[in-house]
Design a protein around this ligand. Sequence first.
Ligand code: ASP
Ligand code: MG
Length: 472
Amino acid sequence: MKPIVVMKFGGTSVQDDVAIDRTASIVRGRVERGVQPIVVVSAMAKVTDQLLAAAAAAARGDRKGALFVTSRLRNRHLEAVGRLVTSAACSEVHSTVDAEFNSLDEILRGLAAVGELTPRISDMVVSYGERISSRIVTAAFADRGLNAVHIDARQCIITDAHHGRAIPQDDLIEQRLREHVLPHAQEGRVCVMGGFIGSTIEGVTTTLGRGGSDFTAALVGGGLESESIEIWTDVNGIMTADPRVCPDALRVKSISFEEAAELAYFGAKVLHPATILPAVKKNIPVLVLNSHNPGNEGTRITAVAPHCRSPFKSIAVKKKLTIIDVVASRMLMSHGYLKSVFEIFDKHKCAVDMVSTSEVSVSLTVDSNEKLPEIAADLSQIADVKYEGKKALVCLVGEDIRGHNGIAGRVFSTVKHVNLRMISQGASEINMSFMIEEDDVEEALRSLHKEFFSDPDPEIFDTTEAAKPVAT
Ligand code: ASP
Ligand code: MG
């Protein structure tokens, strides 16, 4: 049998007939190359958000509002069908999609009558996004001569009943994939399934959490031990810096899972590495590729990255942060003190990004949010508190800092003219971060990029002109 490649297409890659047509050509290209694709698709762009809005409206009793949302969605999907499927199969897909929308509307009417949105119903409603997009994509593939077959992902992706963020049951998934997907692949058929959705063993629809289609791709690739997993999106992969700030940013050709995980926290736009763990655990490479530029090699994420001459792979920035200084001269190092500080953040469900402590103070950074006055009020019960917004975290990531001496010196002398508020070297030893004023970000990023990427290792970075991001 030909080697299996799982190809995942995100919302923008299936957003309309033009995008789906492009997706079909990319898949055909893989078939012609002699691999056996299994395709995982997201809902069309923005559909998940709109379905959640419809569910919320229905639960408020706004039946009309909810049905208005779905009537627009119905038109959008049927329009895509009409443009994509010209063969006799058109009326068949048309009625399948229509029937899905009818049952969705029925759920929303029920929801409006009951007025209570449970996580279980919410999963039921949002699942239609991927259920319908996968039907349309299958029909479009078939219309373009691909031997495509639709698979209901819920038959294979078996999860627990934790609605909204269900936990996949790996062994059952593997068994189901072998039963429902593998035989088709062996016959050379291109299986197409929706990402993000699953079901409990009893058959109740669940979802894997927002952005969960990448997770589905990794589960399918991991379960069937595919040769690779391709995540098709609308960027050329991971870059050395944000190209809008650093026009000379380079594409990173190869990166380790750990490095990608550190970076994801800042620019989750590419993918969330936790979701590709099932693939990494089995040593299956994950490629991030661009639907608008399919000839580009993208970024290859592997468990172990090849050696790189430069210490860093990429510089990420996170803005809109607040620094909180907690000063308590008497109590700081006393037993249980930090615990009581963190309990307050926990109580307000506020995630802390960076922490640094001294004898008398502890500084923490958090995403700026409207809870800050309440958090500060609680903290002031146990210490003196000050907080200040408009801060940014700059984070340099690379495994090869381990082997280099004097990296911190180079980093900090490059930004010596900027006021550094906090410094931390990640426990993982692959990340060096510091906090500055938001206004200093562009200057700092450009200087650091120049310092660390002006002599890039051509094995790791794309140093050719073709690496330049396509304007979108
Ligand atoms: N459609 C889902 C979402 O928007 C899953 C995905 O696109 O990965 O979160
Ligand atoms: Mg996504």
